[in-house]
Ligand binder design. Sequence first.
Ligand code: 5RP
Length: 219
Amino acid sequence: MTQDELKALVGQAALAYVVPGSIVGVGTGSTVNCFIDALATMKDQIRGAVSSSVKSTERLLAHGIPVLEASEVESLPVYIDGADEIDPQGNMIKGGGAALTREKIVADLAERFICIADASKLVDVLGRFPLPVEVIPMAAAQVARRFAKAYGGQATVREGVLTDNGNLILDVRGLQIREPLAMEAEATLWPGVVTVGIFARHKAAVCLLGTPEGVRTLQ
Ligand code: 5RP
């Protein structure tokens, strides 16, 4: 099976976690695009979606799925999103699509994070994928120095990318994230950091992994 077929498989499988009559939290990325296309087949059974990016909003609306603002809802039963890496405990690196801040905001509204990914995203230790960090532009150089000093990571500004919030993305290479909760907590406090792409406080409750043998469920 191709990677695209594996993404379609888990996008479809995620429908089983959508609570009828509810509002669904929707992430961002190519795997989530498959989920949105699958969600369109049951759009009459949901009240709408809260989206984590302009791109996902456009896709949801194109399918006729109503999109609500995050400020209009108090909680969501599930948030369904992809990941760049996930470890066996459900900790993730996210932000490859630069949507990490809105993703964390919508994940925070949700009771459960359902991660959908192809099997290549499962790793023992997070960090081979460069860690995305959204920063206010004036802080970029200082945050890069902090990653080097605290964790030996080399941060570079992602060329030509401004987030939906008008900020920069740093990609930090050379990390081995053995204590994701602690690193997320520390780096989140550095001035100018908007969001660190470690999702440990908001880790996945369930991960649907696409494998050539079918969908493997980790929980
Ligand atoms: C976007 C993300 C995505 O969930 C992550 O990059 C995975 O994307 P894809 O499904 O295209 O592999 O965090 O900010």
